[in-house]
Design a protein around this ligand. Structure first.
Ligand code: G3H
Ligand code: 13P
Ligand code: ZN
Length: 311
């Protein structure tokens, strides 16, 4: 099956009260783990590459691997640029064959974000590619830049932004955060569902995106630490909040940290349990299986997209 855009996926997800998982890929094992899970669960999926991933593997290599893997997947797959910093990055991935791009202008002032997003939308739409934009700032680390405070998205501004830019989906800030260390250990995470509800009311049918949505499984962290890791005070988004968001206007949920933790835990365990092992297929294979397991879990228990390909 060829790659698709997210247009139809989001329409079905919105109407069906579920969300599509967007998982960051950096190499073959993560890619295969994600797509094997999507295939097993008959769920559409979004594969996304950050600029860091593109620097690491190269856009052509990523696209070629994705094309090869998608042939066996048998489910709808979109290939998306995560946190595109500028129009040059967007142009590069569109040339490489990505079907969806994010332009992240959330760090610019409002008018600059509108103008730059509009330019990206015009370029992408002329080439059949969809655009995710961002309004509001998430706390946490993005591409090595740390924002200490949330700047929550204002619903009225979101309406104006969508109208003026023509973007196809909007990432909003309602209290999620990037990375493994989202909150202090004793903090009770809260998402601002009142903001989401208001946006949903004012932009009916419009797909909303949540970034920074890893749950940060304490078992994965414990396994990493048991086998020589030093990952302290990691804390993520409670699963029930993500389930609730999936049933609302949120059509895309981004998760990367949970895959990294699962893969790292599995690889550390192989090294710890079998110190004489030096065949990369043994430890990378265990990492790949761990990624698949996590993605299957998310599809069934958080996103609700299980069997969506059959509906
Ligand atoms: O939002 C950021 C993603 O987790 C990608 O992270 O820039 O280290 O690839 P990265
Ligand atoms: P996490 O760090 O919570 O996995 O978020 C990933 C993300 O938002 C990628 O864009
Ligand atoms: Zn993100």
């Amino acid at each position: 099956m060829p790659l698709v855009t997210t247009k139809e996926m989001f329409k079905k997800a919105y109407e069906g009260g579920y969300a599509i998982g967007a998982f960051n890929i950096n190499n073959m094992e993560i890619l295969q783990g994600v797509l094997r899970a999507a295939k097993a669960k008959k769920s559409p999926v979004i594969l996304q590459c950050s600029t860091g991933a593109i620097k690491y593997a190269g856009p052509q290599m990523l696209k070629a691997m994705v094309d090869a893997a998608v042939k066996e997947a048998g489910v709808d797959v979109a290939l998306h640029l995560d946190h595109g910093p500028d129009i040059e990055a967007v142009k590069m991935v569109i040339d490489a064959g990505f079907t969806s791009v994010m332009f992240d202008g959330s760090h610019y002032d409002y008018e600059e974000n509108v103008a730059k997003t509009k330019e990206v939308v015009e370029y992408a739409h002329a080439r059949g590619v969809v655009v995710e934009a961002e309004l509001g700032v998430l706390a946490g680390v993005e591409d090595d830049v740390e924002a200490a405070e949330h700047v929550y998205t204002e619903p009225a501004q979101a309406v104006d932004f969508v109208k003026r830019t023509g973007c196809d989906s909007l990432a909003i800030a309602i209290g999620t955060s990037h990375g493994a260390f989202k909150f202090p250990p004793d903090f009770k995470p809260q998402l601002k569902f009142d903001i989401l509800e208001e946006i949903q009311k004012q932009l009916p049918g419009f797909p909303i995106v949540l970034h920074g949505a890893s749950a940060v499984d304490p078992d994965a962290v414990a396994t990493c630490n048991q086998y020589g890791g030093a990952i302290k005070d990691a804390k993520g988004i409670p699963e029930e909040m993500l389930r609730k968001a999936s049933s609302m206007a949120v059509c895309k949920i981004n998760m990367d940290t949970d895959l990294r933790l699962a893969m790292t835990a599995a690889i550390r365990k192989v090294f710890g349990d079998t110190p004489a092992e030096f065949d990369p297929r043994k430890y990378l294979g265990a990492g790949r299986d761990a990624v698949q397991k996590v993605v299957e879990y998310k599809i069934d228990n958080i996103l609700g997209s299980t069997d969506a390909m059959n509906k």
